[in-house]
Design a protein around this ligand. Structure first.
Ligand SMILES: CC(C)(COP(=O)(O)OP(=O)(O)OC[C@H]1O[C@@H](n2cnc3c(N)ncnc32)[C@H](O)[C@@H]1OP(=O)(O)O)[C@@H](O)C(=O)NCCC(=O)NCCS
Length: 185
């Protein structure tokens, strides 16, 4: 089944991680992401290092996906600034980073599109910050090619571009950005 906004808003709810929340229903294929959710996410949130959002199935309470969001700022090359029509002398442009994103094995087997729904939700959160609190132009991610070889394709399909200023083929991650307001928004 294709996971859509309609399915998401009726059968699922996005909620902030809190200390009483049971987490053990979440299992994804990359163990590192399970360990982070079980052991690190709450501590990171309490220390204001990363805020975690859970996508829960309403009927069962099971966690279908999670993401951790943090503040960020990125350097753009001259051509990248032109691409986004950002003619400013600033060295960096404000952003919100998806520091962690993972979909549970069980729910990935039932639905297509949960990961994309989480990116849409991150975009909605970032745009709310712009409406009410502070400016933020991009969504960013360090795409984890160490654990997921094809991950760049997933982010490109969701409107992300490679950050050429930060690209280094020897790294375990690829820095990418998505304009919250232009180019296929
Ligand atoms: C990466 C992840 C979040 C994707 O979630 P998902 O729900 O499977 O992704 P979606 O169904 O929204 O996929 C959207 C599109 O990207 C494609 N895609 C997803 N993962 C991909 C991959 N690893 N390689 C290539 N394409 C991929 C899908 O086929 C789909 O394409 P389509 O629209 O043409 O059908 C999920 O697989 C996951 O949690 N992986 C383990 C943890 C991880 O690697 N996290 C990434 C941290 S940077």
């Amino acid at each position: 089944m294709k996971f859509s906004k309609t399915v998401g808003s009726t059968a699922f709810k996005l909620e902030q991680l809190d200390s009483g929340a049971p987490l053990d229903s979440f299992v994804c294929p990359v163990e590192e992401y399970n360990v982070y959710l079980y052991k690190e996410a709450m501590r990171s949130q309490n220390d204001h290092v990363a805020l975690t959002w859970l996508l829960r199935e309403r009927s069962t309470g099971k966690i279908a996906a999670y993401m951790s969001l943090i503040a960020d700022a990125i350097k753009l090359s001259v051509s990248e600034k032109e691409l986004h029509d950002l003619n400013y002398p600033f060295k960096t442009i404000p952003a919100m980073k998806i520091a962690k994103l993972a979909v549970s094995k069980e729910f990935a087997g039932k639905y297509k599109g949960i990961g994309s729904f989480m990116i849409d939700s991150a975009r909605t959160i970032a745009r709310k910050c712009n409406d009410h609190y502070f400016s933020c132009r991009f969504l960013t991610v360090d795409a984890d090619i160490e654990h997921n070889k094809g991950i760049r394709t997933f982010y490109e399909k969701n409107g992300f571009f490679l950050n050429s200023e930060l690209y280094n083929e020897n790294r375990k991650t690829i820095s990418m950005r998505k304009d919250l307001y232009r180019i296929g928004d």
